[in-house]
Design a protein around this ligand. Structure first.
Ligand SMILES: Nc1ncnc2c1ncn2[C@@H]1O[C@H](COP(=O)(O)OP(=O)(O)O)[C@@H](O)[C@H]1O
Ligand SMILES: [Mg+2]
Length: 249
């Protein structure tokens, strides 16, 4: 019988929960310096939906994304991601989960010695053996984020917003089941920010993938299927009121 992490991923059906937390807690520091950041979170993220996570600076949004992305160990409570419990998961299982997730984090982590096109093709090598198809797919995504005129440029030759768009194309290239994005529109102008969220929404509806997006950008509220707000270490379903939505236009 194959090891659990060798089981092929099952494409999630829309509406199926891809993230489920139960009483998830997290603290930083030891002894007197110990400070609890997440005080028992209970929430879900579903396939086929764009879910926003909002909340004040320092409320633990990035901490939560790194826990969900299996980049940090779960210490207390339960966190299931793509059907796997991460509390107590082995490093091997965590690596297997990470491969199924597209990350769009603020530090773009592009490879500076590779061109824009090569950066986007990089992760495709794992799941698309045909080099011509890899190039076609990378070009189509770079076109979708408005960068078809920058294919052969290097990251250093791009603006911050353009680098962010390369990072988005790269994260979407392997068609991940879950996309985790930390402030992906922070360095984009209003129109590009909306385009990016549309692109993410398109991916999740077409493939029944899930997108969890941390943002301060009120303009994105209206494009979300579901909004969670984190404050004082707890998370609540959030329905923006008319004034907040007015800021979204
Ligand atoms: N590696 C760390 N070590 C200690 N404290 C941290 C670490 N990372 C974040 N924190 C603290 O945890 C809290 C939540 O941070 P973070 O998750 O980055 O919040 P947000 O993304 O909502 O701004 C902050 O008070 C921050 O200073
Ligand atoms: Mg943050």
């Amino acid at each position: 019988m194959p090891a659990p992490s060798a089981t092929p991923p099952i494409q999630a059906a829309a509406g199926h929960a891809v993230i489920v937390t139960e009483n998830l807690r997290h603290s930083y520091g030891e002894g007197e310096l110990r400070s609890q950041i997440l005080h028992g979170l209970n929430f879900e993220v579903k396939a086929g939906e764009v879910t926003l996570l909002v909340g004040p600076s320092g409320s633990g949004k990035s901490t939560l994304l790194t826990l969900i992305g299996a980049l940090r160990s779960v210490e207390e409570g339960s966190l299931q991601v793509l059907g796997r419990e991460l509390h107590g998961a082995s490093e091997r299982d965590r690596v297997a989960i990470r491969r199924r997730i597209g990350f769009i984090f603020q530090s773009h982590n592009l490879v500076s010695s590779l061109t824009v096109l090569q950066n986007v093709q990089l992760l495709l090598q794992l799941n698309e053996p045909n080099p011509r198809k890899r190039t076609e797919r990378a070009c189509a995504l770079l076109d979708a984020v408005g960068l078809s005129h920058r294919l052969h440029h290097y990251p250093d030759e791009l603006s911050g917003g353009q680098r962010q768009r390369v990072a988005i194309a790269r994260a979407l290239a392997p068609e991940p089941e879950l996309v985790l994005a930390d402030e992906p529109t922070a360095s984009l102008d209003s129109q590009s920010g909306q385009d990016v969220v549309e692109l993410l929404g398109d991916l999740c509806r077409r493939r029944s993938s899930a997108v969890l997006l941390v943002t301060h950008d009120l303009r994105l509220l209206k494009d979300a299927d579901r909004i969670w707000r984190i404050e004082d270490g707890r998370v609540k379903a959030w329905q923006p009121d008319a004034t907040e939505l007015a800021g979204a236009h």
